[in-house]
Design a protein around this ligand. Structure first.
Ligand code: PEP
Ligand code: MG
Length: 557
């Protein structure tokens, strides 16, 4: 390390290296206390008016620099900030004894609730009104407003944590990479970073500090952040700092083992817009389309027509190929306002995935209808894709039967389930007698097998899918799939690790789905081993006592 330079360590996401100044992203503001005003009402009212003026100036400046839909949204926010009725309500609350902050908070919240109850486009605006209120309160408090900071120059974002919605909205022309204090390698923030090709390091620790504008090197491959590097350290990076995954030139051979056994290599996607890049990188279809990423900001359930449009868009880009769509997986770190479970002390063990959908069956029925319509439209287009639909967080055979029956009843032809809970692996034979296919979500399967929250950096070491306990669960599912003659794919991050991919195939996985950037390395690794060898590696890994032991055993088998 250069003299003066300091290192922070975390879990790297991706392989990129970026250099840039750090900007801090403030978290949401604490709710203003309901303590009652001690100062003069007129002074508090004046302070609110002046805070609104400065928020409007700032928003106007942003609107001038934005284009299209972005500009319209900011202009709508300016109108809300200047709404005379809202201003009156703030004044009244101050007269009645509230502090300036509390009055803004309450008046805007009540307006927000009214918009939410109206549904549709109005409900979408409710989020923006909350954002305006936070900006006004931040000015009153003399702190920076929450959210991704404004900057004209590229920067590396440092945050306590990022919600999936924050990650989805990052402007890639400006955000070179990000560092979070919390979070684990398979949290959804990390998954989105991977899918958007943003180098990131997560879980650097609750007290990691880097002063604003300090230059850092973020090396995702090693998980090391070099704070204030010397010029020599920067120069040593050479063009590694700009390297990114090149698209594959020409046609790519389908995924196969050295003996010709076919292992389709599929893409994990979060939006139809990611399809073209996945195809360019050689995806032979989609193995996991995470539909909840489409609706992270929505306040009300998306309509059938709106959903159908998005699904048709994906299907149209994979003509002749398989597209596996997962119905909404809400809960834990992917809260959807319209499927909300309210506060839960242990949300990963709460009303997640299929459980949340069973509590709101109309939302599930609408989504399955939209998918069935998209499937039929694709079939009628003359360039059909093969739609498979699956449910997340399914526990056992009765839950499988519920989902498969409903899917078929609503017109979906191929219906399966995800294996993410140890329980489903233990009754895999029963489940595969009902479902058309199973797709193993190794991120959650690892989280639940080892009881290690995938969002917690402090237990990141447990979140290792190489653990023989996880591999044995995968083996149970692989064997049950072979006995039933039905496909058992992998769609968790484990499939993107080339050596582990071989072991998973040896355990019976019939397809592998991953972030498109990982396809080339996995394809190359598979091409070098026969099925017999993959099985020998799997057997060696199953017999190991630890994740590290399994890695070594597989490498030498
Ligand atoms: C998984 O759990 O492995 C999975 C693919 O689903 P998600 O990561 O979206 O929870
Ligand atoms: Mg999962």
């Amino acid at each position: 390390m250069a003299p003066g330079a300091r290192e922070l360590h975390g879990v790297g996401v991706g392989r990129g290296v970026v250099i840039g100044p750090v900007l801090w992203m403030p978290g949401p503001l604490a709710e203003p206390a309901d303590a009652g005003r001690s100062g003069d009402a007129a002074a508090e009212q004046g302070a609110v008016r002046s805070a609104i003026r400065s928020v409007v100036v700032e928003l106007r400046d942003r609107a001038d620099r934005a284009e299209g839909a972005g500009r319209q949204i900011i202009e709508a926010a300016i109108q809300m900030a200047q709404d005379p009725v809202l201003a009156e309500q703030v004044d009244e609350r101050i007269e009645a004894g509230a502090t300036a902050e509390r009055a803004v908070y309450e008046a805007f919240r009540s307006f927000q609730e009214q918009l939410t109850s109206l549904g549709g486009l109005m409900a979408e605006r409710a989020v923006d009104i909350g954002d305006v209120a936070q900006r006004i309160i931040a000015v009153l408090r003399g702190v920076r407003a929450p959210g991704v900071p404004e900057s004209d120059a590229p920067f590396i974002l440092l945050a306590d944590d990022l919600a999936p919605a924050d990650t989805a909205q990052l402007d890639l022309n400006l955000v070179l990479g990000f560092i979070t204090r919390r979070g684990g390698p398979t949290g959804h923030t990390a998954i989105l970073a991977r899918s958007r090709g943003i180098p990131a390091i997560v879980g650097v620790g609750a007290d990691a500090e880097v002063a604003e504008q300090t230059r850092v090197i973020l090396d995702a491959a090693s998980g090391i952040i070099t704070v204030d590097p010397s010029d020599a350290q920067v120069a040593r990076l050479g063009n590694r700092a700009t390297a990114s995954t090149p698209p594959v030139a020409g046609r790519v051979a389908p995924g196969a083992l050295a003996d010709g056994t076919s292992i389709p290599l599929l893409a994990n996607l979060g939006s139809p817009q990611e399809s073209a890049a996945a195809v360019a990188l050689g995806a032979e279809g989609v193995g996991l389309f995470r539909t909840e990423f489409l609706f992270l900001g929505a306040q009300t359930p998306p309509g059938v027509a709106e959903q159908q449009r998005q699904y048709e868009q994906v299907l149209s880009q994979f003509a002749g190929k398989r597209v596996v769509v997962r119905v909404l997986d809400a809960g834990a770190d992917k809260p959807l306002a319209f499927l909300g479970a309210g506060h839960e002390d242990n949300p990963a063990l709460g009303l997640r995935g299929l459980r949340a959908l069973r509590a709101r069956q109309q939302v599930l029925a609408d989504q399955l209808t939209a998918l069935a319509n998209a499937q039929d439209a694709s079939a009628a287009s003359g360039h059909p894709a093969e739609l498979w639909v699956m449910a997340p967080m399914v526990a056992d055979a009765p839950e499988t039967r519920f989902f498969v029956d409903l899917g078929r009843q609503l017109g979906v032809k191929t219906v399966g389930v995800m294996a993410e809970l140890p329980s489903i692996a233990l009754v895999a034979d029963q489940v595969l007698a009902i479902a058309d296919f199973v797709s193993i979500g190794t991120n959650d399967l690892t989280q639940y097998a080892l009881a290690a929250d995938r969002l917690l950096g402090s237990v990141a070491a447990y979140q290792d899918p190489w653990h023989p306990a996880v591999l044995r669960l995968v083996g149970l599912l692989g064997n049950a799939g072979a006995a039933a003659g039905k496909p058992v794919g992998i769609c968790g991050e484990a499939a993107a690790d080339p050596q582990l991919a071989v072991v998973l195939v040896g355990l019976g996985a019939t397809s592998l789905s991953m972030a498109p950037a990982a396809l080339a390395d996995v394809r190359a690794e598979l091409a070098g081993v026969t099925l017999e060898r993959a099985r020998a590696k799997a057997a060696a890994a199953l017999a190991a006592e630890s994740a590290q032991g399994a890695r070594t055993a597989a490498a030498t088998a």
